[in-house]
Design a protein around this ligand. Structure first.
Ligand SMILES: [Zn+2]
Length: 267
């Protein structure tokens, strides 16, 4: 029995829900494995065709999340399916998903490196590495350092995020938003690489030189985001399967086929 069949038998959900649950569970484990999530932080992903999204149970270890343990939650915060309580910071996901119809998946993480950039006078996190062109519109910082448990806090955070793809949270963490759980994971890897690069420049005592507008325009000309996401997803999923971060039973449904990894163009 495949993971999908197994999950369907347990939960009676439709296949779109199963796919989103599996990808979100896998992204969560990969993020934990890459040091982007730890004992807390979470990922939510919309379910296509339903007025609902999936998110893990708040108390489940980020290293052990499974599709079967995910919750289906509506945009009023009501748990429709699953047995458990969502994370206490659910308003982050509710309010960002409400405010941003273009966003399919939201990450909230307490990445130390990102938090450092909310605690240094006169220093702003900037796009340094090529892949950080994703954040060319800006990386705002929300001023509320507390846990985001109230709807009004979530709405304020969504307002700070605005049309951007990332928001830092003063002395607390960050949120990233993307078009899928896979894209969100890949963005998080690059977000960490970029913050590392800027911190290394600062630690070397140098003045960081962020990407210029002209450099970003050139990078974007060469960008193949969809293919790049598939390539990195393939790399990290395979590595995680080998290292037993992901169960072998998930392999067939997570690893892209050769056909999917074919480039149909160079630009
Ligand atoms: Zn938090």
């Amino acid at each position: 029995m495949s993971v999908t069949e197994m999950t369907r038998a347990v939960r009676g959900s439709n296949s779109a829900t199963q796919k989103v649950m599996l990808e979100t569970a896998a992204a969560t484990r990969l993020l934990e494995s890459e040091g982007i999530l730890d004992y807390s932080g979470h990922v939510s992903t919309r379910i296509p065709g339903r007025e609902a999204f999936v998110i893990q149970i708040g108390s489940t270890s980020r290293a052990e999340v499974t599709p079967e343990s995910m919750l289906v939650v509506d945009y009023d915060g009501k748990v429709l399916e699953g047995d458990g309580q969502p994370p206490s910071e659910l308003p982050i996901h509710l309010e960002i998903l409400r405010a941003r119809p273009d966003v399919q998946s939201v990450l909230h993480s307490h990445m130390e490196l990102a938090i450092a950039f909310t605690m240094m006078e006169g220093v702003k996190l900037l796009p340094m590495r090529a892949r950080a062109s994703r954040w060319k519109s800006g990386i705002p910082t929300d001023p509320d350092p507390s846990h985001i448990k109230l709807p009004e806090q979530g709405r304020a955070l969504a307002r700070t995020l605005g049309p951007h793809h990332a928001v830092l949270m003063r002395a607390h963490g960050l949120c990233l938003v993307a078009e899928s759980a896979q894209a969100l994971f890949v963005d998080a890897v690059h977000f960490k690489e970029n913050a590392t690069a800027q911190m290394q420049a600062l630690q070397a005592g140098a003045k960081p030189i962020p990407l210029s507008e002209a450099e970003i325009a050139q990078i974007e000309k060469m960008e193949m985001r969809e293919w790049h996401i598939k390539k990195l997803w393939n790399y990290y999923v395979r590595k995680a399967l080998d290292e037993e971060v992901l169960p072998q039973a998930w392999r067939d449904e997570l690893v892209p086929t050769k056909e999917m990894l074919k480039r149909d163009r160079m630009l």
